[in-house]
Write a protein that binds this ligand. Structure first.
Ligand code: ADP
Ligand code: ZN
Length: 216
């Protein structure tokens, strides 16, 4: 039973590592980005979500917190989970504390030039959400998902203007959480200094640190 937060700027690999770690730990990955994308057609909140997501802004806290809270109430989250992309603001971190307690925060430290290169080359499966990268994590067949045969596309927020805005928003709103969790003494930092580090290598490092801390 372990409750993990993946913290890091857009393009740091939160989703890539979380989806590889989760099966090893027997817990689900909960991505607020994915939960929000799944609600883009919702008649009540869909329009708001699309507006913020497509321009690279954060979706308002009330919406995200409510969606996350509902997801954490599902049975599969009772024995632990990996949060990918939440919290992203101090208000979200505080709200999370009223819902559950977190064992460890994995902080992904990646230089900005690597983030920009990765985000621009990112492609995602329309059907299953799997993530590829045209530089280093290519699909076997161009434009087609290895896992489900779905079509790969570029998210609107992976276009240059939105990437710039997402990085700015990260520095302003999310980066302060690094100090917040450091002070609580529950943070592990994983550094990436080359764009072509295989995800498996980083996942192994994370597993090692979780073991050292007796969390798994
Ligand atoms: P990335 O981590 O690469 O930015 P995500 O899929 O996690 O990709 O997030 C995409 C977008 O979804 C964000 O830019 C934001 O608009 C919205 N989003 C995701 N998580 C949150 C959150 N916790 N709070 C507010 N907005 C969020
Ligand atoms: Zn797929």
């Amino acid at each position: 039973m372990v409750k993990i937060i993946m913290l890091g700027p857009p393009g740091a690999g939160k989703g890539t590592y979380a989806t590889r770690l989760a099966p090893k730990l027997g817990i689900p990955t909960i991505s607020t980005g994915e939960l929000l994308r799944a609600a883009r057609d919702d008649p009540e909140i869909g329009e708001t979500i699309r507006k913020y997501q497509d321009s690279g802004e954060l979706v308002p806290d009330e919406i995200v917190i409510q969606i996350l809270k509902k997801r954490l109430e599902q049975d599969d989250a009772k024995n632990g989970f990996i949060l990918d992309g939440f919290p992203r603001t101090l208000a979200q971190a505080k709200a999370l504390e009223t819902i559950t307690n977190i064992d460890v925060v994995i902080n992904l430290d990646v230089p900005e030039e690597i983030l920009i290169k990765r985000l621009s080359a990112r492609r995602q499966c329309k059907k299953c959400g799997a993530i590829y990268n045209l530089l280093y994590l290519k699909p076997k067949v161009d434009g087609i998902c290895d896992k489900c045969g779905g079509e790969l596309y570029q998210r609107d927020d992976d276009k240059p203007e939105a990437i710039k805005e997402r990085l700015r928003v990260y520095h302003e709103k999310t980066a302060p959480l690094i100090d917040y969790y450091k002070e609580k003494g529950i943070m592990i930092t994983i550094t990436t200094d080359r764009i072509d580090v295989p995800p498996e290598e980083q996942v192994e490092k994370i597993m090692q640190k979780l073991k050292e801390k007796n969390l798994i």
